[in-house]
Structure formats: structure tokens, C-alpha cells
Design a binder for this molecule. Structure first.
Ligand code: SF4
Ligand code: SF4
Length: 352
């Protein structure tokens, strides 16, 4: 695929892109060039979802979403955005999939309901019979070059799969086998994570991923390591109610175990992110989301290989050292080993 941007520079750009830089705007010429040269088309389908991921994509600011959809991504089917509807639209989707067998990317938004043979979510009709979303994902997915699971529902099951899960919703990679699946979680994902992942597969192929199938260029960082309230944490100052200054840990913040770069990339065109807006990080990019107490502090925190401590223990250590006048960052680093241990470390702890 013709491009003047090396993969290394691309990944560095994506990983380092901050609010001041329009990642999509920078990538647009390269992606337009690829699309003009015949890059694989993209089909976007929706199952058990709230459409929030699509809304987030529509928040792409530079360039505007119209340019992204018509020139930057060869998007050939999207149930909300396209003008056509019903059978006409479905037939076009099947046609694009058949004509580009093995050479198109399938974006899936939403979990896959598998209960009652998938009848909880039907997306059309064929020969007088329902087409279930489960069947659509399976048949179209198997023809694709790779599946991009956008949003935590699609990547890990998310809200629809939360117990008791009466529709038996599953993540896409639990339903479709033998096709590469790239998970881009988030509730919703940042537009850059979605456009950047599409750009990577169009220009360079499958990106490097972590153990949960997330592109490392967006999901390597621990929120807690780049949080503007980190100094409060290191000094043992914790907010007790919303609106107070202080670290939000006591109010349920999952920043110490959540992987994403929202604190440096910022949402809404570079304006805000979860903790900056006065909320907690709810860990929306993690497989456990949202099946954990959202606004209760975590009982345990990973502090390094083979070790977990209760949040109380962390608080006692931090509080004691802060009183002793030891510098905040030193306190935090000693006590936590930079608490944001990578997911791999957390998994090793679980194995040990
Ligand atoms: S616990 Fe949450 S609010 Fe506190 S420093 Fe970490 S990420 Fe920021
Ligand atoms: S900071 Fe937390 S809640 Fe916000 S997008 Fe990242 S993981 Fe989700």
C-alpha cells in the first residue's frame, strides 16, 4: 500500500498524539491515498448496543466526519449513516462482502445475543426468515479479512453481557473463530482509537495487540500513571465526595487498573476526560466492565508481581509517609511500584 509514513512513525504518532494534535487530520491524506489506491472497504454492523460508539465516531472533529466517511474510510455499509435502508441496504452489504471476500474489514458494534438461537436481535429478513445478528456476524465475519470489535460490548460483552445476561450476549471473538479480531474497547471508544485502528489495518495490517486483543498503541498506558490528580494520590489526599479536591480512589476510581490514554488524548475534540470532568475512571476499557461496583473503591489493588494489597493498606502507607514529610512521588513509587502494573503483571499474579 503506498504510504510515505513508516509503520514505526505511525505507531509513535498514534501513541503520542495529544489533545493539541489532530491525529485523524494528520492521517487523513495517507488514508485517502490508500483508499484511492483500492484499500479494502469497511462494513459496519450493530448488534446489542446503544449506538454510542457510532456517536463517538461522529465526534471526529478534524477533518469533519463527512470527509472521514467519504474519503478517508471506504465505508460501504453503516445502518445509521447510510441513506439506504431495509432490504436494499442489506443486499448492498451482502454484495460488498461477496465481491471483496477475504479483503474487507468488518466493524462490529455491540455484543452478540446468542440466547434463543439469536432471536433476541434480528437485523433483517431473507426468504421470509429472520436474519439474526449472530448469523450475520458469523457469515459476514468469516468472509472478512479481520474483524474490528468497536466498544466494550463488542470486545468483551460489556453492558449487554452483564449478569444475569438473559439474552446470553457474548463478545464477538467468542462467536466468530478463525478470523483475526482486534478489540477496541471503551464505553464509548475515543474516535482516534477507532479511526487510528482502521488506519493501521488499511496501511500496515493487524496492529500489535495486548493479551486482551487491544492495540498497544492506544491501550498500553495505565490511566493512574498520567492522571492530573496523581499528586493527590501520592500525598494521600482522597476526595470523600464528588466535587472535592483529591484523588478519586475512595469514590471508586478504577484508574490504577484501567488501560487507555484518555488523560492525555482527551475526549470531545481535546476538551475533557473522565476524571478531569469530576467523575471517576469507571474502567470502561477493561474486560470486567461494568460488572464491578462502579462507585465503590476497589477492595484490592495490584502493586507489583505476585502482590496485591487492600486499598486500606495503600492509604495507611501513603498517609503515614505523607505525614512523615516524604515527597509525594517517592511515596507513591515506593508504596506502589507505580501501582499501574501492566495487565500482564496482573494476570501473572492471578496465575501464581
Ligand atoms: S486513583 Fe483515579 S483519580 Fe486517583 S490518581 Fe489514580 S486515576 Fe487519578
Ligand atoms: S479513563 Fe477510564 S472511564 Fe475514561 S475512557 Fe479510560 S478507561 Fe474508560
Amino acid at each position: 500500500m503506498p504510504t510515505k509514513l513508516s509503520r514505526r512513525d505511525f505507531v509513535r504518532l498514534c501513541a503520542g498524539s495529544a489533545a493539541a494534535i489532530s491525529m485523524t487530520g494528520f492521517l487523513a491524506p495517507y488514508m485517502s491515498e490508500a483508499v484511492a489506491a483500492g484499500a479494502p472497504p469497511v462494513i459496519w454492523i450493530q448488534g446489542a448496543s446503544c449506538t454510542g460508539c457510532s456517536i463517538s465516531l461522529l465526534n471526529t472533529v478534524h477533518p469533519d466526519i463527512k470527509k472521514v466517511l467519504t474519503e478517508v474510510i471506504s465505508l460501504r455499509y453503516h445502518p445509521n449513516i447510510m441513506a439506504a435502508a431495509g432490504d436494499l441496504a442489506m443486499q448492498e452489504m451482502f454484495k460488498v462482502a461477496e465481491e471483496n471476500k477475504g479483503n474487507f474489514f468488518l466493524v462490529v458494534e455491540g455484543a452478540v445475543p446468542t440466547g434463543a438461537d439469536g432471536l433476541y436481535c434480528t437485523v433483517g429478513e431473507e426468504d421470509g426468515h429472520h436474519i439474526t445478528f449472530e448469523k450475520l456476524v458469523t457469515t459476514i465475519g468469516k468472509k472478512s479479512k479481520a474483524i474490528l470489535s468497536f466498544g466494550t460490548c463488542s470486545a468483551f460483552g460489556g453492558i449487554p453481557a452483564t449478569p444475569p445476561n438473559p439474552t446470553n450476549c457474548k463478545a464477538v471473538d467468542q462467536v466468530v473463530k478463525d478470523v483475526p479480531v482486534i478489540n477496541v474497547p471503551g464505553c464509548p471508544p475515543h474516535p482516534d482509537w477507532m479511526v487510528g485502528t482502521i488506519a493501521h489495518v488499511l496501511l500496515y495490517g493487524i496492529p500489535e495487540m495486548d493479551t486482551f486483543g487491544r492495540p498497544k498503541m492506544f491501550f498500553s498506558n495505565i490511566i493512574h500513571d498520567n492522571c492530573e490528580r496523581r499528586q493527590y494520590f501520592d500525598n494521600g489526599i482522597f476526595a470523600k465526595t464528588f466535587g472535592e479536591p483529591g484523588c478519586m480512589l475512595e469514590l471508586g476510581c478504577k484508574g490504577p487498573i484501567a488501560h487507555c490514554d484518555a488523560s492525555t488524548r482527551l475526549f470531545n475534540g481535546g476538551v475533557n476526560w473522565c476524571v478531569k470532568s469530576g467523575g471517576v475512571c469507571i474502567g470502561c476499557t477493561e474486560p470486567q466492565f461494568p460488572a464491578w461496583p462502579m462507585y465503590e473503591r476497589m477492595a484490592e489493588m495490584p502493586v507489583g508481581p505476585a502482590t496485591t494489597v487492600t486499598v486500606d493498606q495503600v492509604g495507611i502507607v501513603l498517609g503515614g509517609l505523607a505525614v512523615a514529610g516524604i515527597g509525594g512521588h517517592l511515596v507513591g513509587n515506593i508504596a506502589t511500584g507505580r501501582i499501574g502494573s501492566k495487565k500482564e503483571d496482573v494476570e501473572k499474579e492471578g496465575d501464581s
